[in-house]
Structures are given as C-alpha cells and as structure tokens.
Design a protein around this ligand. Structure first.
Ligand code: COS
Length: 378
C-alpha cells in the first residue's frame, strides 16, 4: 500500500469503528439502512472515489478504491456494497454520459447525498442478461418504459437508476441504457426482499409502467446498452472482489483473536495444528484474492481493462469469502453459530457475493471464452 492508501484505510477504520460497527448487529436484525452513514461517507470523499474532481469526485484510482471498499467491508458489507454499486453507476455516467448528463447527475452522487442503482436483471433474465424484456418504445421527445427489474441493490433508496431496456431486436444488440430518476411518473418499487445477508442494504423490484424518459436521458445511443452494462460490470467485479476481501480479512481477524484466548485441553485452541492449518490457509487465500483484485484494478487504472483478470478477481475473492467465513464459524464453534459474535452474519453476507455482478459460473464462462480467444489467436 502507498502512503495515500494507508491514510485512507486509517481514516475509514476510525470512521467505521465509531459510526458503523455499533449499529451493525441491530441493523442486520431489523434490516435498517442509515442514509446518514452513507452521507457521512460522502462527506469524507468515499462515495465518488473514482470520479474526476470536476464532478465532485475524489479522482482516486481503482486500486485506491479497492483498498477503501475492503476497509468498509470489514465492518459492513451492506455499506461497502452500497458504495460499490453507486460508484459503478457514476462510472457509467462518467464514461458514457454527455457533459450535460455528468454535470446534472454526478455531483449529488459523488457527494453521497444520493445513491445510484443499476437495473439490468429481470425475473427471466439473470445470467442471460441479453434476454431482458423491459421495453422502451420511442415516442415524441423520449421513450416509454414498461417492465420490471428484479433484485435491485438500493432499490427504493436510490435516486438515480441506470436502466437497461429493449429498444430494438431480440438479444444484446437491441438494448439501450437510460438514466431514470426516482419520482418519475410510472416508476415504482415492489416489495423489499427478505434476504439471508446484506440485510442493511435494501433490495427491491423496480417497476416501470408507461414511464416516460426524455431523450436527453439516453446513454450513448440506441443499441449500446448491453456494452454499457458489460463494461460497467468489468469494474463492478473488481469492486465486489474488494468487498469480499474485506469481509474475509475480518473473519480471519476474529478467528485468530478468538483462538488465542479460548482454552480447551489446557491450551489456547490456536495451538492445535488442525486450527493453525485452517487459519494459515485462510490467510494465504485472502492474500491471493487481494493481489488479484489489486492487479485487476491496476490494469484498469493503466488503461488496460482486462475482463479475464476482473473475473478471476471476483471469482477467487468471493469463493474465498464463502470458505473463510464458513471456516471462521467452525473455529469459534458454538458461539460462532450464535449472534453473540458477528461470524454468522459474515457467513450470511458472503453467500450472495458468489451470485451478484455475474454468478461465479458466469465468471468462469467469461474466463473460458477469453482463454479460447487467446489460444485460437496464438
Ligand atoms: N465490455 C464491452 N463489451 C462487451 C463486454 C465487455 N465486458 N462483454 C461482452 N461485450 C459485447 C460483446 O463484444 C458483444 O458485442 P459484439 O457482438 O458487437 O461483438 C456483445 O457485448 C454481446 O456479448 P456476448 O455475445 O458475449 O453476450 P452473451 O449474451 O453471450 O452474454 C455473459 C455473456 C454471460 C458474459 C453476460 O450475459 C453476463 O455477464 N451475464 C451476467 C450478467 C450479470 O452480471 N448480471 C448481474 C447484474 S448486477 S447484480
């Protein structure tokens, strides 16, 4: 880590210990999201980390952003993910938006006064995102949207929605990306999902019923929406990897600390080789994941986005989070399974990391396709 990253990490550690950690058990139980925490993160410059300063962002690299998201996730996966997805939405507007769209929508998002949400998935178009059915029909001055988006992180609390809808032929080439604001007539929200984890982060259906979106809110142009979504997910997969690394690191921290103080058979349980091997493996897998996330971010920062490495990072870091949090519960034993300790929450928060931003099976598809291309070219 460079000096700036050490400073970011230390600032976030202080903030999260004071403002997030004390609420997490309660908020997980009652499924509460606190907008003031998000806005405080924005005031500290963490809600628009990778966006240029011209639009209120911090102008940081994806490597810096990964360090910051990792630190937030040690205390709360829910807030780290909210920042991660909102950052992805900002990146879409920054990369593909017009100057007017950037100056209109970015400042409130970078400041943490508003949250962004990404609307791609539908009930019959999850992994097969190119099959989405939400329609956008051309009308005078804009488009009329109809359809329902599913499993939308920050649905209902976000103000700016990037919505992928069909303007043309079947398949990925007929999809267009739109910016839709909360409050637009015809936009409403379905039920809040009851989830295993990420319980402080609301997930809802986002429903469009004859929802008029002005022409000026289209991103790049008709038929470009699938590429917009895929390019955004390349970055989202790096940041979700960073969230997974933070969660895993916290689970390891708790496991080592507990095993050094818990005594059985007249020894701290850390002294038993069976547990030492588990923790050594955890530490090794976490570091491997962190290095992959940093490498994917470094490639992106140096203008060489690499889908394969981004998928490596997401796949490795989130599978590691599932394994490490499960082993951490095992190390703590009975208390690990109870809500007296946060380990069971960490295990619940880990699961969906293997599913979002492209399931880990989809990551393997992306990796395999890339391998095929590489081997066919050489
Ligand atoms: N960046 C830019 N363009 C991309 C791209 C990327 N990362 N990935 C694909 N494209 C382009 C392709 O180049 C292709 O364009 P051309 O036909 O002009 O060459 C087009 O998009 C279609 O690509 P492809 O044929 O690979 O699409 P598939 O329908 O086969 O889908 C997967 C590929 C499965 C990888 C894709 O649907 C996917 O990522 N699904 C998971 C969706 C997801 O992550 N959902 C989570 C939502 S957020 S929780």
């Amino acid at each position: 880590m460079n000096e700036l990253q050490v400073e970011l990490k230390s600032q976030l550690e202080k903030f999260c210990l004071a403002k997030i950690e004390p609420h997490m058990e309660h908020d997980d139980e009652v499924e509460e999201f606190r907008m003031d925490i998000f806005t405080d993160l924005g005031n500290l410059g963490f809600c628009g980390m990778t966006i240029p300063e011209t639009y209120g962002g911090a102008g940081l690299s994806y490597q810096d952003c990964a360090v910051a998201l990792e630190e937030i996730a040690k205390y709360s996966v829910s807030y780290s993910v909210t920042v991660s997805v909102s950052t992805m939405v900002q990146a879409i507007i920054n990369d593909f938006g017009t100057e007017k769209q950037k100056t209109t929508f970015l400042p409130a998002l970078t400041a943490g006064q508003e949250i962004g949400a990404f609307c791609l998935s539908e009930s019959s178009a999850g992994s097969d995102a190119g099959a989405l059915k939400t329609t956008a029909k051309k009308t005078e001055g804009g488009y009329i949207l109809n359809g329902t988006k599913m499993w939308i992180t920050s649905g209902g609390i976000a103000k700016t929605y990037i919505v992928m809808a069909r303007t043309g032929e079947a398949g990925s080439k007929g999809i267009t990306a739109f910016i839709v604001r909360d409050g637009t007539p015809g936009l409403s929200f379905g039920k809040k999902e009851k989830k295993m984890g990420w319980r402080a982060s609301p997930t809802r259906e986002v429903i469009f019923e004859n929802c008029f979106v002005p022409e000026e809110n289209i991103l790049i142009g008709e038929g470009q929406g699938f590429k917009v979504a895929m390019a955004a997910l390349d970055k989202g997969r790096i940041t979700i990897g960073a969230v997974a690394v933070g969660l895993s690191q916290r689970a390891l921290d708790e496991s080592v600390k507990y095993s050094l103080t818990r005594h059985q058979f007249n020894h701290a349980i850390f002294e038993f080789q069976g547990l030492q091997f588990m923790m050594a493996d955890m530490a090794c897998e976490i570091e491997a994941s962190r290095l992959l996330v940093q490498e994917a971010a470094r490639l992106y920062d140096s203008g060489k986005p690499n889908q394969k490495i981004a998928s490596f990072a997401k796949l490795k870091a989130t599978d590691t989070a599932m394994k490490v949090t499960t082993d951490a519960v095992q190390i703590l034993g009975g208390v690990g399974y109870t809500r007296e300790y946060p380990l069971e929450r960490f295990m619940r928060d880990a699961k969906v990391l293997q599913i979002v931003e492209g399931t880990n099976q989809v990551q393997r598809v992306v990796i395999a396709r890339q391998l095929k291309k590489e081997y066919q070219t050489h």
